[in-house]
Design a protein around this ligand. Structure first.
Ligand SMILES: Cc1ncc(COP(=O)(O)O)c(C=O)c1O
Length: 476
């Protein structure tokens, strides 16, 4: 493709994306893809083309094949999983990153990539109200950040044991503590970092689903008494199921006293710290060793963009550095080598989409959107609370409302069947998209509010749809 062909195809593609977003705002498209497993595979050729095809044919197939098989995360009635807000300015930033085609192997390989990442991660840290003692790097996902955090915790506790016999040479097992409400990426990170499932302790939660600090202290004491070595705590700011807030202000002093690494997973809810009125959730964060917040969720930088903040970058670099000769340069002593701040050597120019989006929107507009979502969630919670046979299963500190429709006489498995049936009926109809999930052993439905296009009217429509679907399921 020549630059001129690119210009023409690119304009057509931008037009396609703009029209797609307009169709989403109209709200007529079903939210969930109306396809069955294998439908798309069956309609695609099984081998790559040997000869070039006209770009118009590709655009046509976008309309007829790809878009119908997509579930529309940017749809105003998308209430599933978590909001992954991708404003069009951050789409442009992502496109520009690929257009420049840089790979940040080192500062010299793209000084702009390194230095813009340094500046924009500082911007984000400051917008979250976190102290300048933290330094930031962009990872692809929170899962990667948490993995890196636990490797760093392991290396601090073992006195850089990886340079010797690794965990296999440790005389006592190192233990990680997290709550039963933590994201599955925490256990995955602990397993991949070599701790072993037996050494991941599930700390009990209170009735708001937040980690109980007394239970944490008891487990740490028990492990020490048994000759094991407590190593790290992963606290969650905004758990996946209910956005519960682990009390970092209470957990941090325990971590300090016990000399444990404290990693805080604020993947989803960390964004709330942009709002001064919610900063109290971040009390104690200044004492954390590492924090992850995903701007690619509620904040509104297009996926992927995960902010990993550390208090001791020298330790991170010592753990992650390999430094082969072909990557060394005369500037090394004066610059950041982000390859030593994570697992990957190659680095995308992700900072561009942060830079462009924050400049195009301004932080105030993001704060206003977050407040709109908080208010919509409070509205829905109030409707649920005021309506017979509907139960709200958890506090609503942010934008997620967890509900169950529990008509009299329906319990246990029959209630679970009913819950999943009405939620699945809504998803299958395309009217809205919700996530059924379990809590305390029973099924519930999570309503996660926060798509960029979601206004109060969409939440009102959702509530009508929920009541109708639950009534229909009850009648079966
Ligand atoms: C609290 C929490 N942590 C981690 C993750 C995983 O995020 P990522 O997909 O960036 O790895 C999620 C995703 O939903 C989450 O809610």
């Amino acid at each position: 493709m020549t630059p001129d062909e690119f210009r023409r195809a690119g304009h057509a593609l931008i037009e396609w994306i703009a029209a797609y977003r307009e169709r989403l705002s109209d709200g007529d498209m079903p939210v969930q893809a109306q396809v069955r497993p294998g439908d798309l595979i069956a309609r695609l050729p099984s081998a790559a083309p040997e000869q070039p095809e006209p770009f118009d044919d590709i655009l046509r197939d976008l309309d007829t094949l790809i878009a119908p098989a997509a579930t529309h995360w940017q749809h105003p009635r998308f209430f599933g999983f978590f909001p992954s807000v991708a404003p069009l300015s951050s789409v442009l930033g992502d496109m520009l990153s690929t257009g420049l085609g840089q790979i940040g192997l080192s500062w010299q390989a793209s000084p702009a990539l390194t230095e813009l990442e340094q500046v924009t991660t500082d911007w984000l840290r400051d917008l979250l109200g976190l102290p300048a003692t933290f330094s930031g790097v962009i990872q692809d996902t929170a899962s990667a950040a948490t993995f890196i955090a636990l490797v760093c915790a392991r290396e601090r506790a073992s006195g850089y044991g990886a340079a010797r016999g690794g965990l296999q040479a440790e005389t006592a097992p190192l233990v990680v503590y997290t709550s039963g409400q933590a994201h599955s990426s925490v256990e995955k990170a602990a397993l991949l970092a070599g701790f072993g499932r037996m050494n991941v302790r599930e700390v009990r939660v209170d009735d708001t689903f937040a980690m109980r600090s007394d239970a944490l202290e008891a487990l740490v004491a028990e492990d020490r008494a048994a000759g094991r070595r407590p190593c790290a705590i992963v606290a969650t700011l905004g758990t996946t199921a209910t956005t519960a807030m682990d009390p970092v202000a209470v957990i941090a002093p325990i971590a300090r006293r016990e000399n444990l690494w404290l990693h805080v997973d604020g993947a989803m809810a960390g964004t709330a710290l942009m709002l001064p009125e919610l900063r109290h959730y971040g009390l104690g964060l200044e004492a954390a060793d590492s924090i992850v917040v995903n701007p690619h969720k509620w904040m509104g930088i297009a996926f992927d963009c995960s902010l990993y903040l550390v208090r001791d970058p020298e330790h991170l670099v010592r753990v992650m550095s390999t430094n082969p000769s072909f990557l060394q340069s005369a500037a090394d002593a004066e610059v950041r080598s982000y390859r030593d701040w994570g697992v990957a050597l190659g680095r995308r120019f992700r900072a561009l989409k942060i830079w462009i989006t924050l400049r195009e929107q301004g932080a105030d507009a993001i704060r206003a959107r977050l407040r709109r979502d908080l208010s919509n969630a409070q509205w829905l919670a109030a409707q649920v609370d005021a309506t017979a046979n509907w139960r709200r299963l958890a506090p609503v500190p942010l934008q997620t409302v967890c509900v169950r429709h529990a008509p009299p006489g329906l319990e246990g498995e029959a209630l679970d069947v009913h819950t999943r049936r009405w939620a699945q009926a809504i998803n299958a109809s395309g009217a809205a998209y919700l996530t059924p999930a379990t809590i305390d052993g029973g099924w519930m439905v999570r309503v996660s509010i926060g798509a960029e296009l979601t206004q109060r009217e969409h939440v009102e429509a959702l509530w009508r749809t929920m009541r109708a679907a639950a009534a229909a399921s009850e009648g079966l």
